[in-house]
Ligand binder design. Structure first.
Ligand SMILES: [Zn+2]
Length: 261
């Protein structure tokens, strides 16, 4: 009995090897799968175990508009657009609390609960953005350029935006077929320090030419890099899922030419 099992397994393995060798597409698919696996972002933050909350799920989408610009003859920059959406079960809502003594506006996430009530969670502060002349939520998004090792692994940061602040609102629809999607715009573009947010099924795009959508790459030598981008990088905002908070593109900088690989 054991003997026949060995023969069967040997035949099965040899048959599989022959099948794969005869089908280069399978090998290509397997290689593609490895690349896709490598691109998957492994988050160290587990999602909230709470089941009584209607949490947002913020997702950042790879920039579609990305180019090199020269604001002066001595400075070289990478400009990019930022797109993020809410595909969760509840809205992202951020409420400001102005503290006169400290002259600071603290920010809380208001989380709706299934039973109709809600709760607050401190997430940081609202900051006034002098170039935009309105209020932003701090520490919201960051972009980093990494050197590469072993083909697709991050090695070291060579340039970064640091943590960027944003005014969050329902700028455009993303997917109104999501179960909890808001059929019409709820959070408007006031960019105030009272309330900002993003409804389920909605998104926001910051164009590449907007002030702040830039990384200084003056001192970054020509070569291939990983452009890494992440929303809610400190995980202060409670979400149902953090696996889609970061993503990356492989880019090549060659003089003034940028190629997304
Ligand atoms: Zn702004």
């Amino acid at each position: 009995m054991k003997h026949s099992l060995v023969i069967f397994l040997t035949a099965a393995i040899l048959g599989t090897i022959f099948y794969i060798r005869a089908n280069p597409q399978l090998v290509r698919n397997a290689a593609q799968e490895i690349v896709e696996k490598a691109k998957e972002v492994v988050s160290e933050t587990p999602p909230s175990p709470r089941t009584d909350l209607l949490l947002p799920d913020m997702k950042i989408i790879p920039p579609k508009d990305i180019y090199i610009a020269h604001p002066s003859s001595k400075i070289k920059t990478l400009r990019f657009n930022t797109i993020f959406v809410n595909q969760g079960q509840g809205p992202l809502e951020i409420i400001g609390h102005h503290d006169l003594e400290q002259n600071k506006t603290f920010a809380s996430q208001y989380i709706k609960k299934i039973d109709g009530s809600g709760e607050y969670r401190d997430i940081g502060s609202f900051v006034y953005h002098p170039d935009h002349s309105h209020w932003h939520v701090d520490n919201y998004v960051q972009y980093q350029i990494w050197s590469i090792k072993n083909k697709n692994e991050k090695n070291g940061i060579v340039a970064t935006t640091g943590k960027m602040s944003f005014c969050i609102w329902d700028e455009h629809t993303y997917d109104l077929n999501l179960p909890e999607a808001a059929k019409s715009r709820f959070y408007t573009s006031a960019c105030s320090r009272n309330t900002q947010g993003m409804s389920v099924g909605w998104g926001d795009t910051y164009l590449a030419r907007v002030e702040g959508q830039v990384i200084d790459i003056t001192n970054v030598p020509d070569g291939q890099y990983i452009l890494w981008f992440e929303i809610n990088p400190e995980r202060r905002i409670l979400e149902s899922n953090y696996d889609n908070n970061a993503d990356w593109l492989k880019i090549e900088i060659k003089g003034n030419k940028l190629t997304v690989l």
